[in-house]
Design a binder for this molecule. Structure first.
Ligand SMILES: Nc1ncnc2c1ncn2[C@@H]1O[C@H](COP(=O)(O)OP(=O)(O)O)[C@@H](O)[C@H]1O
Ligand SMILES: [Mg+2]
Length: 218
């Protein structure tokens, strides 16, 4: 359900000359809300179905988790590209999902998060948006309220997905996070980890329960 509006935006925004709509940032107010889970599942879902190729980037460089989540090991990645130690093509990993590749974060290091707000990152995003314009690029990113760099990154993305952990993150924190990206034109929100008992009588039930998986999984 989440991928539809994102894919539609890519097509619609391209027509209006918005060239970066293929750059999708997955973020949240705080840590542990489900950014990596959402980014990885969405990337896989898009890659299995579409004509598009998908690149999943582990940009939560202080707390990278895609390698563990997807079961691979990689010493080098985004941070090394940003520090000009290695070329992008040399650190992209193929996966067993044919159209899905992954850019790992690289080993955590001092100043890692700051690199996300650097000129080098700005150039990489420009390059990705133009050279890889036929790919959907999903960035598993740091939380908005815990790093100022996430806001800088957001300003350079085509679309932003804000994951909110249901019944956990306070409304005030969500509002503060959204205030930080208020000027961004394309934002979508995901209410994650909604339990069946929260959904009773709310109208969510039909939507989540329909199709694959159970309500408890949503
Ligand atoms: N919808 C979900 N259903 C089940 N488990 C989830 C869901 N969303 C997140 N999790 C689990 O919760 C934990 C935190 O999620 P994660 O994606 O790592 O958060 P973040 O990247 O925002 O820090 C992980 O163990 C993840 O597998
Ligand atoms: Mg994460």
């Amino acid at each position: 359900m989440m991928k539809r509006p994102l894919i539609k935006n890519i097509e619609d925004l391209k027509e209006t000359g918005q060239l970066r709509s293929n750059l999708i940032m997955v973020t949240s107010a705080l840590a542990g809300e489900g950014k990596s889970f959402t980014a990885a599942n969405m990337a896989m879902s898009m890659a299995t179905e579409l004509d598009h190729r998908v690149l999943l980037v582990d940009a939560d460089v202080a707390r990278p988790s895609l390698a563990r989540m997807l079961g691979f090991e990689a010493d080098q990645g985004l941070l090394d590209v940003l520090q000009d130690r290695v070329a992008l093509q040399d650190v992209l990993l193929a996966t067993n999902v044919e159209k899905l590749s992954v850019l790992p974060s690289g080993m955590p290091r001092p100043g890692a998060t700051e690199l996300l707000a650097s000129d080098s990152m700005r150039r990489l995003l420009e390059d990705l948006a133009s050279r890889y314009s036929d790919r959907i690029i999903i960035f598993d990113s740091p939380p908005l309220l815990l790093t100022t760099e996430a806001g800088v990154l957001a300003s350079q993305m085509g679309q932003i997905v804000v994951v909110v952990k249901a019944d956990d993150t306070s409304q005030a924190d969500v509002q503060r996070a959204l205030a930080g990206i208020a000027s961004h034109p394309v934002k979508l929100m995901v209410l994650n980890r909604v339990h069946a008992k929260m959904m009773r009588g709310t109208g969510y039930g039909y939507a989540y329960g329909y199709g694959y998986g159970s309500v408890e999984d949503a």
